[in-house]
Design a protein around this ligand. Sequence first.
Ligand SMILES: Cc1ncc(COP(=O)(O)O)c(C=O)c1O
Length: 387
Amino acid sequence: MADRTVSVAEPILGDEEHENVEAVLDSGRFLQGPMVEEFEQKWADFVGVDHAVAVSNGTTAIQLTLNAIGLEPGDEVIVPSLTFGSTATAVVHQAGVPVFADIDRELYTLDHTDLERCLSDRTEAVMPVHLYGHPAEMDEIVAFADEHDLYVIEDAAQAHGARYKGDVVGSIGDAGCFSFYATKNITTGEGGIVTTDNDAIAEQVRLLRSHAMSDRDHHVELGYNYRMSDINGAIGTAQVDRLEEFNARRREISERLLSELADQEWLEPATVRDYVDHAYFWAPIEIDTEVTGMSGKEVREALLERGVETRHRYVDPLYDQPVFENHRGFNSEFPWSVNDADHDYDLSLPNVEAVAGNTLGLPNHPGLDEADVDYVIETLREFGETL
Ligand SMILES: Cc1ncc(COP(=O)(O)O)c(C=O)c1O
């Protein structure tokens, strides 16, 4: 039996979240309303954009943004191969085609030097992911997009409050998409938001999220019910006020973990560029499986037995996921069949192949105290001694 158990993620909810939710419940009005509006305004101010439009989750935020930039069936969006599935499935929901790029070997984010290979005359957008909270290399990605007249959509689902050269992520591309799922740096339970300075994108996302109704009687195009309820908004508006404080604590814990474990031969702490503020959704380490003689999954299990919970993702490159490998969707091969000639998912990209399955995220949420952090460091050191 381990001395203690240190969890990898926990939502932290205070009095304000409870009071706000109670006020919504007492009002008898749970639908999208004033709490969602307040949350949107605060998020737009925080990110530094003209518009923030709340939706049901991060996946629908991406889907509606792709619609709003004018994506048509068969259009292509370049995405990194190491990310949560919905970065790419949201492209397919919009009848687009995800094209998988390699990742930067040090940062794990989209490798801008692989963009040229992914380009075709159907490419409409590039979607970098600020993976684990580290911003992608935006200068190079935006320059490439400008040169080829592409939209840049930031998948910022893991990077609330991260900054790239001083700019808050979600304000750098044409639009940013966030998730407020329960494990994220701040949460609404389930929720998402689109940030943009582009009036037309914001207006289209607002229209589509609520059945594309121009008024009570008219559906002007194919809309969705992707609204956020006021119960979720009530949690979100209180959480935004606490994000900087949460992130400061995440940073403190993560920097301590990564620096104090840097001498361990069996792991490599993640690289952090000096021009970013990392949001540390994860405190990532890469396992050297030659030294451990164990897979990432086995290391995760060994640490769990010792009371340290870790994240272990992403195990396979996205192009190896059955959904993409076997073209499973819409009960047919649509939409991959649209551009058959361009698409080969029989890929093996060197950097993502080297990393997939070998990264672990250490416990770093702001609810941990110093004794928890000490325990994580001691446990990993003791594990290192067994190798
Ligand atoms: C990188 C990334 N993109 C998109 C999403 C989708 O967000 P949601 O789960 O809110 O739909 C996630 C969710 O975890 C994510 O990590």
